[in-house]
Design a protein around this ligand. Structure first.
Ligand SMILES: *Cc1c(COP(=O)(O)O)cnc(C)c1O
Length: 387
């Protein structure tokens, strides 16, 4: 299926809504049935039938079908945030006594889910450096039920060999899940590589406009039915029809945004390479990335999220640099139309969610948006001069 068909047509049955080009926001909590027999049939399969919007809603369904197709998966469930999608995938996969093997630098709240919440429910987690597949194989125990990956992660962009880990997990009957937010389906499709579940924070590039929180989980229909009957319906962390409609609108332009952002980012990186104050550039496609070979074979598309390390006399100089930027908004998150800067040293609470030793204090993350490269490099130049 070609990309433009998925984004512009798939899942949109326009004859059902007056041939309107844009699908309606079906802002209804409930769906009525023409007769009792139909009600009985529909309520027996809320995964596939319209009964109640906590289950299936027509507007949400459109965006879910598109995301499933983009990832090459059979089925997709939408959530009210990325963390809800990750949590649902984990909760549907483990029981008390089981163990999760997780990459050592996951998204901060994924780490909290495992360390704080699941540990109370009798699920143990171990955090491992998964860059070498052999280390993953060695870490597996009899209790391991889920291997939770994030490739690349969203701060220093470590990657895992997804196909190799999927193969060794399958052979042992262990489920695998990848947080694919950074790569987007344009960059990699983990299901094709044998991974069982793909989660996204759709808040980032998929929506791309910083106006919606959303998440999705994609996998086989059998697996997604299991998630649906479990955490999806019981926790109710759903995406509202209105937010699904906004996400649909953002998603339409994903390839165009990503092309532009990748091109601008290349120019920004070329500029940063000339700057003596910039001592290191973290970016999967950068020649200095220790895993550039894996990047070349696994990641098909570049994006606009990178981190830089600055040579600074003290940490206050990092603040001066960040405060000096005029065209980058100071904010966490990433993936929107607008450029952002996030100084890791600036947020003690955020650092404490992670392993502080793993994140250098002079690290500053940049999310490149849709501004022109000239505007951004001029801004970076004047801010670097303040160090
Ligand atoms: C932002 C993010 C999440 C969480 O998504 P929300 O939509 O904010 O809940 C999960 N994983 C990664 C890699 C993220 O960047």
């Amino acid at each position: 299926m070609d990309l433009s068909y998925i984004l512009n047509h798939l899942g949109e049955d326009r004859a059902r809504y007056f041939d309107a080009v844009i699908p309606p926001i079906v802002q209804s909590a409930i769906f009525a049935h023409p007769d009792v027999a139909t009600m009985r049939l529909r309520m027996a399969d809320e995964f596939a039938e319209h009964v109640y919007t906590r289950g299936l809603n027509p507007t949400v369904e459109i965006v879910a079908r598109k995301l499933a197709a983009l990832e090459g998966g059979e089925s997709c469930l939408m959530f009210g945030s990325g963390v809800a999608a990750v949590a649902a995938g984990v909760l549907a996969s483990v029981s008390a006594g089981d163990e999760v093997l997780c990459v050592d630098k996951p998204y901060a709240w994924t780490s909290q889910l495992l360390r704080k919440l699941l540990s109370r429910l009798g699920v143990r987690s171990r955090f491992i450096d998964a860059r070498a597949t052999g280390d993953v194989a060695a870490a597996i125990s009899d209790a391991t039920r889920l291997i939770l990956l994030e490739s690349p992660n969203s701060l220093t962009f470590e990657q895992q060999d997804l196909a190799a880990i999927a193969t060794l997990a399958r052979a042992r009957g262990i489920r695998t899940m990848v947080d694919n937010s950074y790569a987007t389906p344009l960059g990699q499709q983990p299901l094709e590589l044998g991974i069982d579940l793909v989660a996204h924070s759709a808040t980032k590039y998929l929506n791309g406009h910083s106006d919606v929180l959303a998440g999705c989980l994609i996998g086989s229909e059998a697996l997604m039915r299991q998630v649906f009957q479990g955490p999806y319906m019981t926790l109710g962390a759903i995406l509202s029809p209105h937010d699904a409609w906004l996400l649909l609108r953002g998603l339409r332009t994903l390839p165009a945004r990503m092309r532009q952002i990748a091109e601008t980012t290349q120019q920004v990186i070329a500029f940063l390479e000339t700057q003596p104050r910039v001592t290191r550039i973290h970016y999967p496609q950068h020649s200095s990335h220790p895993q550039w070979q894996l990047t070349a074979s696994q990641l098909r598309h570049a994006n606009g999220l990178l981190s830089i390390e600055l040579e600074v006399p003290d940490i206050a100089a990092v603040d001066r640099f960040v405060d000096g930027l005029q065209r980058f908004l100071i904010a966490a998150s990433w993936g929107g139309y607008e450029s952002l800067v996030f100084p890791v040293a600036g947020v003690r609470e955020w650092r404490s969610l992670n392993d502080p030793a793993s994140v250098p204090l002079n690290l500053v993350r940049l999310s490149i948006g849709l501004e022109s490269a000239d505007v951004l490099t001029a801004d970076l130049a004047q801010a670097l001069a303040r160090i």
